[in-house]
Design a protein around this ligand. Sequence first.
Ligand SMILES: Nc1nc2c(ncn2[C@@H]2O[C@H](COP(=O)(O)OP(=O)(O)OP(=O)(O)O)[C@@H](O)[C@H]2O)c(=O)[nH]1
Length: 442
Amino acid sequence: MPFPPPIRPHALRTTRLPRPLALFSHSTRPVLIHRHSVVRTLTSEAHPSDSLERTRDDSVEGLLRGLVQGDRYALARAITLVESSNPKHRVQAQILLSKILKRESELASQQSTSLASVTPSTEATKTVSGTATGSASGSGSGSAKNTTEPEQRLRLGKSFRIGLSGPPGVGKSTFIESFGMYLVSQGHRVSVLAVDPSSARTGGSILGDKTRMTELSRDHMAYVRPSPSRGTLGGVARNTTEAITLCEAAGYDICLVETVGVGQSETMVADIVDMFVLLVPPAGGDELQGMKKGIMELSDLVIVNKSDGALVDSARYAQIEYTSALKFVKAITSYWKARVIRVSSMGGPEGGIKEAWSTMKEYFDIMESSGELQRKRGHQRKIWMWRQVSSELMDLLNEDAQVRELAKDLESKVLQNEMMSGAAAHQIVEKFMKGFKPTTSP
Ligand SMILES: Nc1nc2c(ncn2[C@@H]2O[C@H](COP(=O)(O)OP(=O)(O)OP(=O)(O)O)[C@@H](O)[C@H]2O)c(=O)[nH]1
């Protein structure tokens, strides 16, 4: 099956917001002090057409209803729920996710009949515009309700998950802004999630308070998650996987997951997405030497960014260098050989953005039609099941006060070389198992 057609081909011109601060009256979120944060929060999560009603319903049913209507308030709150470490919230999050997955499988069985009677683009256009006009104008809501089948918004498994990584300053936000706006102009609905490894380690943030992707954030066809996930890397990954599921349930057919190309986060992102794209600066030689071989092995596409003005020659040089470096890297799948293209993120669609999308789309079509995409997703789910097991076990260990106390003592013994690390680990697990009281799962 080819890449799912855009949901709303004619929507672009009708959806721009006048000024972010005009949305104050609609926001149910607390007003933040930092000016950029205010703009990011409001522009990313609030739009007059996001919801048919302003009342906030945080029950699982309410969130689900909001999600399938494509309401960004509901999406933002649902992502906050899955990111929460509060045990009560985790139970609610799991119920919400399992309801989404249940609906997805029900839809899959109905799909052949419903999609045969309605062409995908017509169905999607009705659905999304119905939601948008319903609240924006009020008068159109009657007919909008008639044509809106919320279940049709659950397009799980019909989205394209793209991971984007690259060193700080390579132009990731500029690329995503430009690329995202191009996709939106083609009728796609785009969500952007950020994975920030620094927040996992130190609580700080590389992405910081910088206002990023302002134009895309304001577009009704896009959802930019204002703040990156935090917590342990395993927790961040779990949150991101669940956030992707929520974005897909809310009708976003393209999900971009961005990470800074330092540390382990790119491996983690590559295990979540369908395609992994590496952005590199227009220089080869030393920089290429410094680039970890591992990250090249993960890449399905390498984009040499900033291929414009005086940088074109070095971008060409980098393209040649990366292309030959890739010859020594083992392909991830026999269906696709990684490519290197040049892009100017500031050069508009013709500056390489169009080519980047057609290459990604070609990848998606090949992987989808060969069945490789489904296999890859299945394999990823299996990997994540086990990563989640270890992440949850670690959470349980950390929550146990007695284990924490023992661990502190054993850590210092291991540090002083008074005890073998394996023996210490064994004692910790033993202590935990003795005191473990199973809780009822959702
Ligand atoms: N000439 C040129 N400059 C670019 C291009 N893309 C980005 N830049 C510039 O590169 C600088 C860094 O761009 P960002 O998009 O902030 O880079 P980033 O990778 O998101 O940076 P971090 O948020 O620090 O990770 C900015 O000054 C951009 O204007 C491009 O295609 N051509």
